[in-house]
Design a protein around this ligand. Structure first.
Ligand SMILES: [Zn+2]
Length: 103
């Protein structure tokens, strides 16, 4: 029988955190977030074995990717911030804020 598992560590201890976004799952075992995969027991065992063997490598890769995702989300947040603060911030203040963000 197929079930949803974490594609990284093979755990089925995952939650679908945003029902509107099918690809947003979070793994309670390795804190992976992203799309889950459907797998049968054989594939799950394979992933678990692979995870146990290469855990350190994967975590390092995940950190790198998380930083990239974070910087992507920052851009979105910045856009929202600018819209919200458009009326409140003078151009000078906005410039200062942008300079700080560019640090
Ligand atoms: Zn996991």
């Amino acid at each position: 029988m197929k079930r949803h598992i974490c594609p990284r560590c093979g755990s089925s201890n995952i939650d679908w955190i945003i029902p509107q976004v099918w690809s947003r799952w979070v793994c309670k075992d390795c804190s992976y977030t992203g799309p889950a995969i459907e797998a049968d027991d054989d594939l799950a065992d394979e992933i678990i074995a692979d995870w146990e063997e290469n855990k350190d490598k994967y975590l390092e890769e995940e950190n790198t990717r998380a930083e990239q995702i974070l910087s992507g989300e920052d851009e979105i947040l910045d856009e929202e911030m600018e819209i919200e603060e458009e009326d409140e911030l003078s151009e000078e203040e906005l410039d200062k804020k942008l300079r700080e963000l560019n640090l």
